[in-house]
Design a protein around this ligand. Structure first.
Ligand code: BDR
Ligand code: CA
Length: 310
């Protein structure tokens, strides 16, 4: 199996991504790091443990990472995810422990211990922990197999400002560090994730699994999709973060292009924008594979099947 570290800020869509990973034998989860994002760290780390316990996996080590972005103050998204970050199902308080080691140290130590080129970082939130790990131990950069991230948007625009996607926006300075690091990056932007929408039929298929995980996931998605349905008249809620995990299991569901991506950090108007040179109009170095298309039916089929294994 492919070794991964999940860095996350649950978040219902993060939770579904974690469940998809836990249900997939192709992946070996070395640990999860929660950081501040959708809601503050005290909630995201607890939510991460709740999801592990829901899946019957209290053995997965969960660490706490960054409390705040590198430079700016934290912006959260309770308007999307609710006060707890995981509004919807009534999940019990977790009993599994939060690991004592700091999440950034866990990332550094794991990468220094494992064979170079074998560990993939899956980032489902801001890039703060990865940027901190690179600052703490630059030698980790060439040892990382790949970073597969949910973040950015280009043709589709932004979701927190007209030009910025939330994960990049909340710590654009960290994103700038990561995109300049030379580490292979695969990016799942809004251009992809806005095509991975939930719908009443898709949620019904998850509920029809008839399991605890199926019921909790369906309830989570019903809460989560109300934001996009009410605000934008969308057909459902975008399953952003699960696209990262689906890509690792079935990459043929996605297509995109290897190109240059730079992060805007200086302009107030477009702060946090991912400037994608899709057409190759500059000679700037290609540093990321930017996905643009997804097979949404194939994606949901995979999701339902894997949730059914938990
Ligand atoms: C991203 O922001 C968060 O609210 C979601 O969990 C996802 O990671 C989408 O912009
Ligand atoms: Ca997230």
């Amino acid at each position: 199996p492919r070794k991964i570290i999940i860095d996350t800020d649950p978040g219902q869509d993060d939770a579904v991504a974690i469940l998809l990973a836990l249900g997939s034998p192709e992946l070996e989860i070395l640990g999860m790091v929660a950081l501040a994002g959708n809601v503050p760290l005290a909630l995201t780390e607890k939510n991460t443990r709740k999801i592990c316990e829901l899946a019957g996996r209290p053995d997965i080590p969960v660490y706490a990472g960054a409390v705040r972005p590198l430079v700016r103050t934290l912006v959260t998204a309770e308007h999307v995810h609710g006060e707890t970050g995981l509004n919807g199902p009534a999940l019990p308080e977790p009993t599994m422990p939060l690991q004592e080691k700091h999440g950034v140290d866990f990332i550094v130590d794991t990468l220094m211990r494992e064979e170079p080129g074998t560990v993939t970082l899956c980032t489902l939130g801001a890039l703060t922990d990865v940027a901190m790990a690179l600052a703490r131990k630059p030698e980790i950069a060439p040892r990382i197999k790949e970073i597969v991230m949910m973040g950015g948007g280009f043709f589709e625009g932004g979701n927190i400002t007209p030009t910025a996607e939330f994960n990049i926006y909340i710590d654009a300075h960290a994103a700038e560090v990561v995109f300049a690091s030379g580490i292979p990056i695969t990016m799942m932007p809004l251009d992809v994730t806005h095509k991975a929408l939930s719908s009443p039929e898709r949620i019904a298929a998850i509920r029809a699994l008839g399991t605890k995980v199926g019921e909790a996931t369906a309830t989570m998605l019903e809460f989560y999709e109300r934001f996009d349905v009410d605000k934008y008249g969308s057909r459902g809620g975008p399953l952003h973060d699960p696209c990262v995990i689906a890509y690792l299991i079935q990459s043929e569901l996605f297509s995109g292009r290897h190109c240059n991506v730079e992060i805007e950090t200086r302009s107030e108007l477009t702060y946090g924008m991912t400037v994608v040179d899709w057409w190759g109009v500059t000679d700037r170095k290609k540093n990321a594979t930017v996905m643009r298309e997804i097979d949404p039916d194939g994606f949901y089929k995979l999701l339902v099947e894997r949730l059914g294994r938990l």
